[in-house]
Design a protein around this ligand. Sequence first.
Ligand SMILES: Cc1cc2nc3c(=O)[nH]c(=O)nc-3n(C[C@H](O)[C@H](O)[C@H](O)COP(=O)(O)OP(=O)(O)OC[C@H]3O[C@@H](n4cnc5c(N)ncnc54)[C@H](O)[C@@H]3O)c2cc1C
Length: 452
Amino acid sequence: MSEKPETLRVLIAGAGIAGLATAVALARVSTLPNLDVQLYEQAPELLEIGASIALSPNGMRTLEKMGVHNALTDENGFRGPSGIPQIFRHWKTNQVISVDTHRKVPDPRHHTTRFHRGHLHSALLEHVPRESIHLGKKILHAEAHENGVSLHFEDGSTAQGDILIGADGLKSKVRQSFIPEYKLRFSGKVYMRSTFDAALVEGKIPNLPADSMHWWGPNDNFFASRLGKGQYTTVGAFSDPRSSEEIEKSVAWDQKGDVNFLRERCKNWNPIVKALTEVTPYTNLYPNFAGDALKTWVFKSRVTLVGDAAHAHGGAFAAGGSLALDDAFALALAFRHVRLNRASLTPGAITRALYLYEKTRQPHTDRLLRIVHGQIDSKPAGPPGSVEEEDESLINRIRGRPDTEWLSEHDVEAAFAAVAEAPYRKQALASSAGGGQQDTVVTGIKLQPSKL
Ligand SMILES: Cc1cc2nc3c(=O)[nH]c(=O)nc-3n(C[C@H](O)[C@H](O)[C@H](O)COP(=O)(O)OP(=O)(O)OC[C@H]3O[C@@H](n4cnc5c(N)ncnc54)[C@H](O)[C@@H]3O)c2cc1C
């Protein structure tokens, strides 16, 4: 008689991009039998909140591998007509100074795509049964013990499971429960974001570029892009000298800002930026915080983190959404790997899956965090020189920005295969003289119907 697989109860903290993607990936990719996945989200309703979010080719490919095809349509997200993912212009002259390029992205659907965050969230939500998402569940604390994990909510209730995945974002309570001393630091930048009907700009701003644009000034930046579903976004990034503590006290995430501040700050910029700030109807504030790399992503052999909870990189290089998707996918690949040919998942196999996941993702995001903290720590430029000197230094900064192809075109499946194969490679080398048998690592994903 075959061994009956036991139910694996998975708790996911947070139903943002990482939480939903993890639920989808576990159901479709992990091949785990008898999965019971429950998501706990603090928001009382899943509204289309947030502003714009970009996914680079790695994120777009991962969405496709997870079967989230509805997110890849031209209707849902915007890909610029030139196929250039990012164009950098001079704040005053509007001159193109530099561009990012796609290197190995043959399918145009995988080009960098810009969404309203709410539309990307909704696309993922279509793949997750609503009854598995528990709203109005603000997590205060998480615990892990010998036989399981528990979440404790503000309303006094608790949830119990076998494993816990913290997908509760930048200020993760799951992370805080296992690393109480963890602190975030203010990056020195506050973003003012707005999304609105593209009809406010179409045909109204002379020479408005069709592609997404990034204008760099000596201190501030301004980004503008069409999004999917007829939306448009503007984002001003401004230096703010206040300390982490002061910002924490005075600016809440997603707080209403003053659009006149944006207009005033850009009043001497080129006419396109100026006009864009004038049509921008409102702004919301997003102070930018980052945190150190974690020593481990696995706690008490039953808990791990995905998305911003695992790597608080402060949104650098607009990588957060894609990283969250790749985390979710890698975690599911790790479970799939340890599960192969086994009827039930032993505690040892769970631990091994969590460490395989950590080994796949942590070196990648640590590399990003080193760049982020290097940028925050870099000394501000000295007193302003002549206009020509300032301009030269700005142009050098734009042209000298880090090349992020390793990030935007990362192949998480190949990275996972390399990690999973490593012990077998050693084994094969050791036994090659004796013709020892080598275990095989299976990748090439075949999706399962959702079992949530
Ligand atoms: C409201 C909102 C708006 C955003 N807007 C933008 C944007 O405009 N542009 C951009 O680039 N990025 C934005 N982000 C961040 C972006 O979504 C993430 O950087 C990235 O997608 C990684 O996703 P994540 O799931 O790790 O984090 P998040 O998307 O932040 O999701 C975390 C989820 O966990 C929930 N959560 C947090 N704490 C608790 C708790 N104690 N108990 C229960 N649930 C909890 C949150 O409500 C959220 O749903 C936004 C995030 C949020 C939450």
